[in-house]
Ligand binder design. Structure first.
Ligand code: SF4
Ligand code: SF4
Length: 362
């Protein structure tokens, strides 16, 4: 039976929520979910996956709902959709058996981090003598004096390509199952909505997060984290061109393009992840789904660790701490790549696919 035709307990609950909401329709102007719901009379597994991935958990409908707990109907759309979303990530994971790790996402990310950091530290320790790890290295090739170029590039490239392949396969599987149709105009509009986080703006006042009041804080922190991540990726790409295209060997000057991009990106990522972690601590727990919280915390902590160790490495690269900081930073980066296809990161791709389908339906 296709994944989207299965009915799980979470889907049954989400369907019950949608059937009541479809009779009520009080929240129709809140987000893209309610107009999409109103186009349907029945909710198949694929429909519920689609609606769940359109929802960004702003909690607006929960705080507005007269049927929310303690009302006996217990309507809680953000909570029901958070679980269905996580199930959709698991159902389309590649390779298939890895879907099971979504159920233990927090544990998995922590474990991967520990394994990757230990591996890179051990590799650094085995390949190099203690003297090399604790010496001060400066000038072109300083990083490769600690971790040989081949080890650094091949390990990171293999992990990155695996993450890309797994994410592409999962998104393609989700898109096929959703039955959506894509025209260039729908793709352009969906990318615009995703890049501006349009739906996190609510009706203009922001969303009800972390509490009942309206706020844009989550939207701006999410922007800081996502664009910080993209800037760090751009920094690595520019450094690769410098190395292979121009023969310029790292480390680069503090005012060079890769260092500037990486510094701004790292600071933004650190602000975004730390702020989002703080908002999660403050958030009203009633509309949250406990089952998925562990994974979300773990991914934010991992992203913050990548940013923090990267910035520390930049600050202390001309000191004897550089060797161990480099090993630590690469360990976190490796863990991040390996965990990406089985983490909350998937939501960016699935939500964009849901937005494309939504624009097509409109
Ligand atoms: S969340 Fe509550 S108020 Fe909003 S449409 Fe559903 S039932 Fe109505
Ligand atoms: S939680 Fe927010 S995004 Fe999700 S359905 Fe409710 S209002 Fe829409």
């Amino acid at each position: 039976m296709p994944a989207t035709e299965m009915t799980t307990e979470a889907m049954a609950d989400a369907r019950r929520n949608m059937e009541i909401c479809n009779g009520c329709r009080y929240c129709e102007g809140f987000c893209a979910v309610f107009p999409a719901m109103q186009r349907r009379r029945e909710f198949s597994g694929a429909d519920l996956d689609h609606l769940a991935n359109l929802c960004h958990g702003c909690q607006g409908c929960f705080h507005a709902c007269q049927y929310a707990p303690p009302h006996p109907w217990g309507i809680n759309v953000p909570q029901a959709f958070a679980v269905v979303r996580a199930e959709s990530y698991a159902a389309h994971a590649w390779p298939k058996p890895m879907g099971q790790v979504f159920a233990r996402n927090g544990t998995l990310v922590s474990l991967l981090t520990a394994i990757a950091v230990t591996l890179v530290l051990a590799l650094a320790g085995i390949l190099q003598s203690g003297d090399v790890m604790l010496a001060t290295h400066t000038g072109p090739g300083a990083f490769f004096a600690v971790i040989p170029y081949g080890v650094m590039v091949w390990t990171a490239s293999a992990a990155f390509l695996y993450a890309l392949l797994a994410l592409a396969m999962a998104t393609a599987s989700y898109w096929r199952a959703s039955g959506g149709k894509a025209r260039p105009i729908h793709i352009a509009r969906a990318i615009h909505d995703a890049m501006t986080l349009k739906n996190l703006g609510g009706g203009g006042d922001g969303c009800n997060y972390p509490g009942e009041g309206f706020s844009h804080v989550r939207r701006w922190l999410h922007h800081a984290m996502a664009y910080g991540f993209l800037l760090c990726f751009a920094a690595t790409s520019v450094a690769t061109i410098f190395h292979h295209g121009l023969g310029w060997i790292a480390p680069y000057s503090p005012i060079s393009l890769p260092v500037l991009l990486g510094t701004i990106g790292g600071i933004l990522m650190l602000i975004g992840t730390t702020g989002l972690l703080w908002l999660k601590v403050l958030a009203d727990p009633a509309p949250l789904a406990r089952a998925v919280l562990g994974g979300e915390y773990a991914m934010l902590i991992l992203l913050a660790s990548v940013a923090k160790t990267g910035l520390l490495l930049l600050l202390l690269r001309a000191t004897p701490l550089m060797g161990w900081l480099l090993a630590l930073h690469l360990g976190f980066v490796l863990a991040l790549f390996l965990a990406l296809p089985y983490s909350k990161f998937v939501h960016g791709l699935f939500r964009t696919a849901a937005l494309i389908r939504d624009h097509g339906e409109r």
